[in-house]
Design a protein around this ligand. Sequence first.
Ligand code: NDP
Length: 495
Amino acid sequence: MCFFPVFLYSIDRKIPGPLTRQNSQKMEGFPASAGAAKGPDKGAVFMLKNEYLQRVYSQTVTRDPDQKEFHQAVLEFLESLDQIIGQHPEYEKKGIVETFVEPERVITFRVPWVDDKGNIRVNRGYRVQFNSAIGPYKGGLRFHPTVNLSILKFLGFEQILKNSLTTLPMGGAKGGSDFDPKGKSDEEVMRFCQSFMTELQRHIGQFVDVPAGDIGVGAREIGYLFGQYRRVRGTYAAGVLTGKGLSFGGSLVRTEATGYGLCYLTQEMLSKMKHDSFQGKTVVISGSGNVAIFACQKATELGGTVVALSDSNGYIHDPKGIDLDVVKDIKLGHRGRIKEYADRVPGSTYTEGFRGIWTIPCDIALPCATQNEIDGEIAGVIVKNGCLAVAEGANMPCRPEAIQAFQRAGVLFAPAKAANAGGVATSGLEMSQNSMRYAWTFEEVDRRLKDIMTNIFHNIYTAAEECGKPGDLVLGANIAGFMKVANTMLSQGLI
Ligand code: NDP
């Protein structure tokens, strides 16, 4: 009989080895008293039983020892794969998993531009073209000072699985820059976008790679990027970017899609797994950007009361329910700070430090700001406050120990690659409309989005059941997303 040793990994270790449980880092801005909950504030523990997967993970870490966010995403995925790899010897024989965790192409480039005072600035631009087995590369661009290769590789990697779950023909990619649009004038943002696209245009195209927005890249940036693409290439190829304005090939509902889709999937999860809904529930949403704003709108329409939102400085609490018109005026109207809300809406409060938002009791938690915003300690507080369901609007907002805490406590948990797939799904619908040179109505796109999100939920729910882990939607999403891409890679040969 063959016996494989069980390798245990704790998520921050650089190389595989014997288990050490680590305490989660103390999070800045999170009240010390909030950590009173016991149990989940320990480091996450992963066990890879399969020798092949152990080797793949070792190689991933050894090759790029500093890419912690990427290791985190790969390890969570490999742990799911561990459940089924024994039934698929062909994946090891054909080297599918080591190929899958290595990007097809990584492009880095400099982005020189001139600020309003005439100073020369140089940022770094990236595009990680991760996997194009099932369609052209597809994934957003992020402009934020924290952008680096580790973050873009984790995002591109998750994007492969997410795009596969939508059932639309899209490969996975991600890109962006360490440029910070915050505090820049429109002209500075335009000059930066033009310089960024002057290089990026060599690597993209409607049948090659189709970028979209992400943190720091909204309608304004996509407009400038598309304008420069058109100028440099001398062609009106609307299908090269998604998230465009309606007058130049954009799709209705694309702006709302990630937040709406998050709520559609959450509603289906509540209905199937708890015979429940948003109706009458208290909802906390972190962030106040594109995803958070439209999640707030849909959660409210579905009967929930959203009582808190945040930005990177702090959070607002409005027990009678957030007035979204005020938030839209602050965030979309003049790119202000969420703090203004408390000055304008009587009965609401503002608190410095964005992580404290999770001390507010809620039935449904929708983290929609950024990666790793909820650690084990914060998860303990959310659980202790009686939360029913957590669904990730942001990419990887929950650390592994937080996910384990939710799952142990029986809190429904929907992972980002399923829960926030509505954005890219609607980008896929935008690409279809661009190909047809036809625009669907708002209702038509919204209906298709709802169908896609409902189907994603049922596919991952069924996949988890078939793996013998009913209710484990992390496992279900990883396996359902992977199998389609892996089998396509097998069909196409070693490339
Ligand atoms: P936006 O730039 O519109 O908004 C981001 C929000 O999160 C802002 O409120 C921002 O606050 C806050 N935020 C950003 N970085 C941090 C940080 N390091 N710490 C605390 N708060 C932070 O981005 P989106 O709403 O588009 O994206 C939010 C998340 O959703 C990201 O994880 C993104 O990858 C994911 N996502 C987005 C999709 C989309 O269609 N837009 C699709 C799928 C996933 P501040 O203004 O102070 O920076």
